[in-house]
Structure formats: C-alpha cells, structure tokens
Ligand binder design. Structure first.
Ligand code: PMP
Length: 429
C-alpha cells in the first residue's frame, strides 16, 4: 500500500500539538476516542454556519441543502463499509445500535412488526451467543433481552493467547442458537477475530449474526457485505468523527423484516390516533430529529481516512503494534493480555495497534498517573470488558492504543517512561 507519513497526518490534528504539564502530548488512547482532524471540525462548523436546517421536510432552500448533505453523508459512510445508503441507519453510537437491535428483536418476540418479523422472535430456551471478550455494550443488551424473553445467554471462550476458540464455538453454537453477537476486534486484545468462520457456524445453525465493528472500522479496510454479517455497528467518535453519531449496517432483508425500536416522528407514512404505518429502512429506525451535523462531519472523517488509504492506515498501525508489543515484552514485570508468546505454535493473527497489559505489583491507575506526569495519555481500568479481565485474573489493566497519527517516537517515549515504573513504585525485588 501507499506509505503513510504520520508527521504529515499530524499537521491536520490541531490537538496533537498541545502540551500536557509542560510536555508534548503523547496521545495513546485512541481506542477510547480518536482525535479529530481539522477537516472534520471544519465540516461540522461549516454546516452549522451555512446550511443548518431540519432535514426531510420544509420547502425552503436551507432544508433542501441540509437534506442533500445529510443523505450524501449517508452514502459516503455506507460506501466506506462497502454498503448501499439504504443499508445504513444512523444511531448515536455503537451502544445505541446494539440496543436498537436487542429491543427490535424483543418487539418481534412480542409479535410486533410485519409477518416477516416472526423470524426474529425468541422462545424460552432459545440461545443468544456472545464471546468472553465482548465490550459491555455487546453483552448487557443481550443479558437484558434474554431476561425479557426467557432466552439463554451463552458464551464462546477465549484462549490464553487472546484468540477465539473456534472448536469451542462450534460446540457452543447449536440449532438452539438464534443470535451470535461478537466483536470484530476486541478493544483490549486488538486481535482481528475470524468473522467469516463465525458467520459460517452461525449460518449453518440458522442464527443471525451481529458484528461490533467499533475497533475495526477506524483501523482496517472494512467490507461488511463481504464479511457476510447480518448486522454490524460502529461508532463515529472512534473513527475521527464527532460524538453522538454511529452507524448500524444491515443486510437488506434483515432491516426490512426488523420491527422498529424507537418510534415517533420521521419514521412513519400514515398515522391515525390508533395506529401508524412505518417507512422502510433506514428511516424506520430513525425516529426523531437526527444528528445531522455529526453525520456530515462523520462523512468528512471517512473521506479523510479514504484519502490516506485504509491499507496504509492498517500497515502503519501494525508496525506500531509490533514495536509496542516487542517493547512491552522487554520490560520486566509486564504481562500483555492475549500475547501469542504464551502459547507455542499459536497461529499468527492480524491485529490493530493496541496492547493492554498488567504491571506486576503496581496498580493500573498508578501506572496511568505516572505516565500522565510525562504527558502520556493511556487508558486504565477494565475498559468496559470486566469478564475478559476476570478471565485473565485481573480487575484492571493499562491500555496503550494508536491511530494513524501515532509515531514510532511516541511509542518509544511511552516504553521508556514505562520501563521505570516498577522501580519508581518499589515493586522490583
Ligand atoms: N464496542 C467496543 C469494542 C468498543 O470499544 C466501544 C467503545 N469503547 C463500544 C462498543 C461502545 O461504543 P460507544 O461508547 O461509542 O457507544
């Protein structure tokens, strides 16, 4: 692929030139939220300055311009994940998208929706399958749906090296399975999961698949139709876009059959006091006023990513990830979660640029504070993946995560600062 020049990229990100405590900011928390280029900030400001109006109604010029920009944004973001515009539903984020699906399936279970919705209805004893590595956003909505419907929640285990155990998956997924929901890339392990294999297992069991693409969309070329998933969600703020916007992709026949979750204005055709008819997707899932300026800015974000090239982004971040992981392995007392070195003969896996680790004898929060005193921003805690941490015998870890604007020098500054941490806290023998 074309090579990525992170120094040129950084010129577009105003925040990256600020300092923290008198030192240059080293931002290694992009998996929590990415920084935003000028092009994205400008797109949102420009819309609010020039075209702002309510979309899809109104006969005036501004409304028409706003509608055109909003629907162009849908086409742009849909194209970024290989989809058609009508396959992309705007949400306020990945969490909202996952809840939308869980509640829509709950509504199908209550007999709501068109006759085709019946295929989503759950009966007591039906099974919903997740993995052990899920973000709470792709776990708790399913716990709630199981509790509401009498379905049973099961999980596919993760191996010590962080890979999904496909043999175990084949035994967990059965003809009782109705939904298989899993993440493309874990926000703790960074490993790219075997989507095609999991989709094949789910399909042969007659289950629908739901992919959490939050941590893949900003880092890899993504072709959702090619992966064969029924539904996928992603989050704008992690992919250079604003807060309050995300996408829900669905296969056409799935979106057409799924009943709505939120109801109200903008999602109907005819309404009487007793009943209403709903618009086809995507509008059926977009009740109420939409995040218009955020959608337009998210389109600017994916145009930015496309201009750099997602192959180049992925290659750059793989290089950073290898440097990060190799460096962490050299530091005494550091254990990286899901490290392939822990299992001999482990297959090489594809990854994005992040690593979460434990420092023996030092609490993650103390590590985070010491790094902050050097201007280095990392994430500490369970990263909304408490079951995964428990699996590795931890309650918290430190996570360093990169993006297209991260440099080798930043990784080195981080490794250098970290190498003194145990001695600083008196944790070495
Ligand atoms: N899934 C994963 C894998 C994530 O990393 C995140 C964000 N931490 C989410 C879901 C939730 O996304 P949001 O908070 O934007 O709704």
């Amino acid at each position: 692929p074309r090579a990525l020049d992170p120094l040129a990229v950084r010129e577009d990100f105003p925040i990256l030139s600020r300092s923290v405590g008198g030192q240059p900011l080293v931002y290694l928390d992009s998996a929590a939220t990415s920084q935003k280029p000028r092009q994205v900030i400008d797109a949102e400001v420009s819309f609010l300055t020039r075209e702002n109006a309510a979309v899809h109604r109104g006969a005036h010029t501004l409304a028409a311009e706003a509608t055109e920009l909003f629907e162009d944004a849908r086409a742009t973001v849909a194209g970024f994940v290989g989809a058609q515009p009508e396959q992309l539903v705007w949400t306020s984020g990945a969490t909202a998208g996952l809840n939308l699906v869980a509640y829509a399936i709950g509504n199908a279970t209550l007999g709501r929706g068109a006759p085709a919705s019946a295929r989503f209805a759950l009966a007591p004893g039906d099974e919903i399958v997740v993995t052990e590595i899920e973000h709470h956003a792709n776990l708790i909505p399913w716990q709630e749906l199981a509790a509401r419907t009498g379905a049973v929640l099961r999980h596919i285990p993760v191996r010590e090296d962080g890979t999904i155990d496909l043999d175990a998956a084949a035994s967990v997924i059965s003809d009782r399975t109705r939904i298989v929901a899993f993440t493309h890339v874990s926000n703790v392990l960074g490993i790219v999961n075997p989507v095609v294999e999991l989709v094949a297992l789910a399909r042969s069991a007659g289950a629908i698949t739901l992919l959490d693409a939050c941590q893949s969309a900003p880092h890899l070329p993504l072709d959702l139709p090619g992966l064969g998933v029924d539904i996928a969600v992603f989050s704008g703020h992690k992919m250079l876009g604003p807060y309050g916007i995300g996408g829900l992709y669905g296969r056409r026949e799935v979106l057409e059959a799924l009943p709505p979750f939120l109801t109200g204005g903008s999602m109907i055709t005819t309404v009487s006091l007793d009943s209403a008819e709903y618009l086809p997707p995507p509008q059926r899932f977009e009740a109420g006023t939409q995040p218009v300026s955020q959608a337009i800015a998210l389109a600017a974000a994916v145009r930015y990513l496309d201009a750099v090239g997602m192959d180049a982004v992925h290659a750059h971040e793989r290089m950073l990830e290898r440097r990060l992981r190799e460096g962490l392995r050299q530091i005494e007392g550091v254990r990286v979660l899901g490290d392939p070195a822990t299992r001999s003969g482990a297959p090489t896996v594809d990854r994005v640029g992040l690593a979460a680790f434990d420092v023996a004898g030092v609490h993650a929060h103390d590590v985070g504070q010491l790094l902050d005193s050097r201007g280095i921003a990392v994430r500490v805690g369970h990263h909304c993946a408490a079951p995964l941490h428990r699996r590795f015998g931890l309650t918290a870890s430190v996570r360093a995560s990169t993006a297209l604007y991260t440099t080798n020098d930043e990784v080195d500054l981080f490794l250098d600062a970290l190498s003194g941490v145990r001695a600083f806290f008196g944790a070495t023998e």
